[in-house]
Design a protein around this ligand. Structure first.
Ligand SMILES: Nc1nc2c(c(=O)[nH]1)N[C@H]1C(S)=C(S)[C@@H](COP(=O)(O)OP(=O)(O)OC[C@H]3O[C@@H](n4cnc5c(=O)[nH]c(N)nc54)[C@H](O)[C@@H]3O)O[C@H]1N2
Ligand SMILES: Nc1nc2c(c(=O)[nH]1)N[C@H]1C(S)=C(S)[C@@H](COP(=O)(O)OP(=O)(O)OC[C@H]3O[C@@H](n4cnc5c(=O)[nH]c(N)nc54)[C@H](O)[C@@H]3O)O[C@H]1N2
Ligand code: SF4
Ligand SMILES: [Mo]
Length: 698
């Protein structure tokens, strides 16, 4: 028996981007483990990916191309050959490409974060056609834009130093579930005496393990940050030298936050004024003592109307106290801009035909946009959509509209997938894609600073092909003969990072493949001496760029679209706020079909506070209907004070077809967008909840 270890990378949309060791015995992957030598992975994987072979060898893997025979959404397909599949796609796309290329739309996100199997060959193909662009907003753009206005670049504290922090604030994140390797460092810091604080409307697994939990109302984080700045300034808990040298607009900020007294903040956030005072003092005094404080800001704060502003306000805090002086201090939302990705070489925007019109469609409003008729403002109706690395029918907001849109008889839909997801059910042509164990890739990350290489461990399952190869075949069938359409996956990986950039001078694909990972050359404490990426080079409390973009140039509070304070009439009908953050054993909608992981999650639940349950005569285990004007779905009641009063929590994202009522939390979410970046507002909504009528005996 031959047994080897292959160096690979976890491809999933998770900040940890773990280094994997795949054991292969006689051509079969038998185990997937964390690389013990990789500093952030440290030999540990989450439960999901420890079971990776179960997903790879799942009996439901798509193994050959298929075409739809049933109605859209019904999920009935028959096997066809690759030749027939590719010929059909080319036949359907050619007339659209010739007459109206903007009617063709890619739809993709981060099913794999790989730079090769993500947006390389695929984008070359869509650029060459002159297709509509997809604005990939569904996760992180609101926060990304808010952070960039303030700090100038999506980069922050390196988690490899977090164990040395004395105060760690988990702000809108649940790292035990979604950033495990950061949490491991936090545990070390705790053993070293650090204080841990969670800011989260829900007592998440993480909040439960912190010294303190501040359970504010969803969508009010920007007000809390304003209150903290108020107290820091009022009580002189500041690093005056840092402010003078490395920030812009302190005087304007002082005036702005003067009105944000702890009492006012408490009222807006639904917390106590004492909590604001104490948090500000914990934070500011840490700086005064010359100790490192770290705010791990996560995406939970930015899935609401004012999500961009919330991130911006929080990002001002470490510049007030000088926390950036410490390698273990400051904040981290994302590290992605530390990677000098060579997007131009990967995606070849130059292939876009000269003189043709361009159009961008926001993936977060896909329901409405696929249903839109042609008009001078919108341009042509979408006639073909090619979905890869995403499951929009389950994950996009206002799901009934999304499903209705994908059911359009006149929409030609191609889906590249591992499994027959909710979206795959609507495909005209369904194509089997390889998984990370079966293809080559190279990765940047958004939670640490290593370039990562993925070597294929096993041969493709069945007739599955990498995304790149599928787009190569379609390109050839469309008659595209540019040389870049014959680049191999290794050729593409070798282009991924720009060696002219100081962070990646040593990048070399063939060495990286052998080593598995290599750290970027980035200074510890990146903003200890300023050097922010903003136009002024400073942390911008006042932002001229925001003013130019029609936004308030100073930190402000933007209320949720749907809340008692902002829409009393709506709140009278739908009094409960709802959030649907990630379940620990799923990764977005990935893994929901892996039996052992689904068994651990059980079935769709709704956490509801005992008071809210009592007033509705709801008890533990009741089947509930959760509804608003946009739709409804069912879940089983968990009566628990983990959800603060007035809030219900439905951990997500369930495959609709694996839920009892074939629906999920996105039935009630809305397509309204955030203040910045055109992001979705998954955690900005009101609902009402009722007990389902008992089923009549069969
Ligand atoms: N196990 C697992 N890991 C994942 C994912 C997954 O689905 N499952 N998804 C991956 C992806 S795509 C992403 S983007 C990241 C997400 O990473 P995070 O943004 O860290 O997501 P969560 O860890 O769920 O943390 C969100 C937390 O924010 C809280 N929250 C909701 N609304 C608010 C609010 O208005 N204010 C504050 N302060 N908190 C709020 C929720 O209760 C939840 O506990 O995780 C990645 N990792
Ligand atoms: N209600 C609610 N909705 C949410 C969120 C929430 O918190 N609450 N979170 C939002 C967030 S943060 C995000 S990032 C989005 C995530 O939304 P998506 O990016 O759509 O993520 P997944 O649901 O994991 O779907 C990814 C799909 O890609 C497929 N895939 C993986 N690798 C490959 C590959 O190599 N080739 C091909 N062809 N396919 C592959 C997987 O099988 C999977 O079905 O969901 C958003 N939706
Ligand atoms: S999902 Fe995250 S924690 Fe789990 S193996 Fe992948 S990168 Fe690591
Ligand atoms: Mo995400």
């Amino acid at each position: 028996m031959s047994s080897t270890i292959v160096k690979a990378v976890c491809p999933h949309d998770c900040p940890d981007t773990c280094a994997l060791h795949v054991t292969v015995e006689d051509g079969v992957a038998t185990a997937v483990k964390g690389d013990p030598a990789h500093p952030t992975t440290a030999g540990v994987l989450c439960t999901k990916v420890s079971r990776y072979t179960e997903r790879t060898y799942h009996p439901d893997r798509l193994l050959y191309p298929q075409k739809r025979v049933g109605k859209k959404g019904e999920g009935k397909f028959v096997r066809i050959t690759w030749d027939e599949a590719i010929a059909t796609i080319a036949e359907r796309l050619k007339p659209l490409a010739a007459s109206n290329p903007l009617s063709i739309l890619p739809y993709s996100y981060a099913g794999t974060m790989g730079l090769v199997q993500g947006e390389s060959m695929a984008m070359r193909f869509f650029n060459k056609i002159g297709a509509s662009f997809l604005d990939r907003t569904i996760c992180a753009t609101a926060g990304g834009v808010g952070y960039k206005y303030t700090v100038g670049t999506r980069q922050g504290a390196d988690i490899e130093h977090t164990q040395n922090a004395r105060l760690i604030i988990m702000w809108g994140g649940n790292p035990i579930a979604s950033n495990l390797h950061f949490w491991m460092r936090v545990q070390e810091a705790k053993r070293n005496g650090a204080k841990l604080i969670a800011i989260d409307p829900y007592r998440s697994l993480t909040a439960e393990k912190c010294h303190q939990h501040i359970a504010l109302l969803p969508g009010t984080d920007s007000a809390l940050a304003l209150g903290l700045m108020h107290v820091l300034i009022r009580d002189d808990l500041l690093d005056h030298d840092y402010i003078a040298e490395h920030t812009l607009g302190f005087e304007e900020l002082r005036e702005r936050v003067a009105a944000w007294t702890p009492e006012r903040v408490a009222e807006v956030c639904g917390i106590r004024a004492g909590e604001v005072e104490q948090l500000a003092h914990d934070y500011g005094e840490c700086g005064k003592r010359g100790e490192a404080s770290m705010i791990r800001m996560n995406y939970g704060v930015q899935r609401v109307h004012g999500g961009g502003m919330a991130v911006r306000n929080i990002a001002c805090l470490p510049a007030l106290t000088g926390a950036w002086r410490h390698a273990a201090g400051g904040t981290q939302l994302s590290m992605s801009d530390a990677f000098p990705k060579n997007t131009t070489a990967l995606q070849r925007p130059d292939l876009f035909p000269e003189g043709l019109p361009r159009r961008t469609i926001n993936m977060s409003t896909i329901g409405d946009d696929l249903l839109r008729e042609a008009s001078p403002e919108f341009g042509p109706k979408v006639g073909a959509v090619i979905v890869y690395n995403s499951n929009p029918v389950a994950v996009a907001p206002e799901s009934s509209k999304v499903a209705q849109a994908f059911a359009r008889e006149d929409l030609f839909t191609v889906v590249l997938e591992h499994f027959q997801t909710d979206t795959a059910d609507y495909a005209d042509i369904l194509l089997p894609a390889t998984t990370q164990l079966e293809h080559t890739d190279i990765h940047s990350t958004y939670g640490h600073l290593y370039m990562m290489a993925n070597n294929p461990a096993i041969a493709p399952m069945g007739e599955a092909k990498p995304n790149t190869e599928i787009f190569r075949l379609i390109a050839r069938a469309m008659g595209f003969d540019d040389a870049c359409f014959t680049d191999s996956d290794d050729d593409i990986a070798a282009l991924a990072f720009n060696k002219n950039h100081a962070h990646a001078v040593h990048f070399d694909w063939s060495s990286l493949k052998k080593a598995g990972w290599a750290k970027l050359k980035v200074a510890d404490a990146p903003f200890a001496h300023g050097g922010f990426g903003t136009p002024s080079g400073k942390c911008e409390f006042y932002s001229e760029s925001m003013k130019r973009d029609g936004l308030d140039p100073l930190p402000a509070y933007i209320a949720p679209y749907e809340s008692l304070a902002s829409n009393a009439e709506l709140a009278a009908r739908y009094p409960l706020a709802m959030i649907s953050p990630p379940a620990r054993n799923f990764l977005n909608s990935t893994f929901v079909n892996v039996q052992s992981l689904r068994d651990t999650e059980g079935q769709p639940h709704l956490d509801i506070h005992p008071q809210d349950a009592a007033s509705r005569h709801i008890v533990q285990g009741d089947k509930l209907r959760i509804y608003n004007d946009r739709g409804s779905f069912e879940a089983i009641a968990r009566v628990t004070d983990k959800a603060r009063p007035g809030l219900v929590v439905g951990l997500s994202i369930w495959w609709k077809k694996l839920a009892g009522d074939h629906k999920n939390a996105n039935e009630v979410t809305s397509q309204r967008l955030t203040d910045m970046g055109g992001g979705p507002t998954f955690y900005d909504l009101l609902v009402e909840v009722e007990k389902c009528a008992p089923e009549s005996p069969a």
